[in-house]
Write a protein that binds this ligand. Structure first.
Ligand SMILES: Cc1cc2nc3c(=O)[nH]c(=O)nc-3n(C[C@H](O)[C@H](O)[C@H](O)COP(=O)(O)O)c2cc1C
Length: 371
């Protein structure tokens, strides 16, 4: 008996375990390791400019001959988030004040502000997270004829014809039934239901409640469960809730291959299940993150973060300074509530094999629960 489902046929993989596209962290080395282990590795390319994205796709192809995916965000959702309030000061008006707030924080923490703009933004394609940026990414995704595309926010509908013409399988991450119904209407292959427990941008609805409700709403479109799944029991539980596979992020963050700093891997190993909170302090959208001096400072001072993309302009220099100073207490990174289960940094293949083994054990054990 092996862990297998319809998702394996659709994605041409051996086990229905997919590495979540985690921006920057799900690198070519990590995606290739998961694909080589028998799952699907998905590159976290949300912030990759077109040149870096093409490079990442090519590097992944050099490290695996198995299918892999690319995850980016899509413009519609960001256009909606770029709103400017008609009453009162706009986010743009509030930007200088909030930047001064961040500079004061850096001074207090002894963080050295980085000089100048990050070079990638100047050299690689349109400005980050603008509509032109997303379109430039999609152009590369279509030219490179990748096996699988996943949209982390928004609806891949406008690109479906071109993706289909390349034979690319398409997935979208959703956090509510109404979003699942919207993306299903574009005729995609798989829907990822990511609940509140998950790391990064997430849903207000808990994973346990979200998965079965999305499954019921989308008919015969297969669903991957996500959010807080960090061991085989979580994989089995998602399958019991009607999912046909899982989309796992944080469990793979503490891998040797993940493209995050060692001090961030250590912060994951050190954290308990209470170690995260949902905060808008990094990107401007609610995202589950390891609690830090930065997230707590905004709460303590009772200051409201600005919407995306403005909050990123405020947090960016602080996070860069924290990285330079290897300050896990300021930038430990995004992660889900399952990190209390993570006890060490290991090769991705070992993590993958344990997810499969643990799920098979848990599922075969379910017969003991019936008398
Ligand atoms: C460090 C990190 C970065 C993330 N970046 C992205 C991203 O760029 N795009 C996206 O669709 N989801 C992103 N997510 C969410 C993941 O794709 C996934 O839904 C989540 O990790 C699942 O929950 P888990 O971490 O509890 O497994 C990120 C999550 C983490 C932990």
């Amino acid at each position: 008996m092996k862990l297998q489902s319809r998702v394996c046929e659709i994605l041409q993989i051996e086990q229905p375990i997919v590495l979540a596209g985690m921006g920057g962290a799900s690198s070519p080395a990590l995606a290739a390791a998961v694909s080589n282990a028998g799952g699907l590795g998905v590159l976290g390319a949300a912030a990759c400019g077109p040149r870096q994205l093409r490079q990442w796709i090519r590097q992944t192809r050099e490290m695996t001959d198995k299918p892999f995916g690319v995850d980016t965000l899509l413009p519609a959702s960001v256009r909606r988030a770029n709103y400017e309030d008609s009453d009162g000061p706009t986010p743009r008006d509030l930007l200088p004040e909030r930047q001064a707030f961040a500079e004061e924080f850096m001074r207090k923490e002894g963080l050295e502000p980085p000089a100048g703009q990050p070079p990638r933004q100047e050299e690689d394609g349109p400005p980050l997270f603008t509509q032109a940026f997303f379109e430039a990414q999609m152009e590369v995704i279509i030219q490179e004829r990748i096996p699988v595309y996943a949209s982390g926010l928004g609806n891949p509908g406008p690109w479906m014809d071109e993706l289909r013409a390349n034979g690319t399988k398409v997935m979208a991450v959703v956090g509510a039934v109404r979003h699942a119904i919207q993306v299903k209407s574009s005729g995609l292959d798989i829907i990822v239901a990511q609940g509140h427990d998950g790391g990064g941008h997430n849903s207000p609805v808990g994973t346990m409640a979200l998965i079965p409700q999305v499954v019921d709403a989308v008919g015969d479109t297969p669903v991957l469960g996500a959010g807080g799944i960090s061991d085989g029991r979580g994989v089995a539980a998602a399958l019991m809730l009607g999912a046909e596979g899982v989309w796992v992020g944080s469990a793979f963050l503490a891998s040797e291959e993940a493209n995050i700093f060692d001090f961030q891997k250590q912060a994951i190993v050190d954290a308990t299940e209470e170690g995260t909170s949902v905060s808008r302090t990094v990107t401007g959208k609610p995202a589950r993150i390891i609690r830090s001096k930065w997230t707590e400072h905004w709460l303590r001072e009772d200051v409201e973060p600005l919407p995306m993309p403005y909050q990123g302009m405020i947090s960016g220099p602080v996070m860069a300074a924290a990285n330079k100073g290897e300050r896990g207490d300021v930038n430990p990174g995004f992660a889900g509530q399952g990190i209390g289960m993570i006890k060490s940094v290991r090769p991705a293949k070992e993590i993958f094999d344990e997810l499969v083994w643990g799920a098979e054990q848990a599922l075969s054990g379910t017969t003991n629960l019936m008398r």
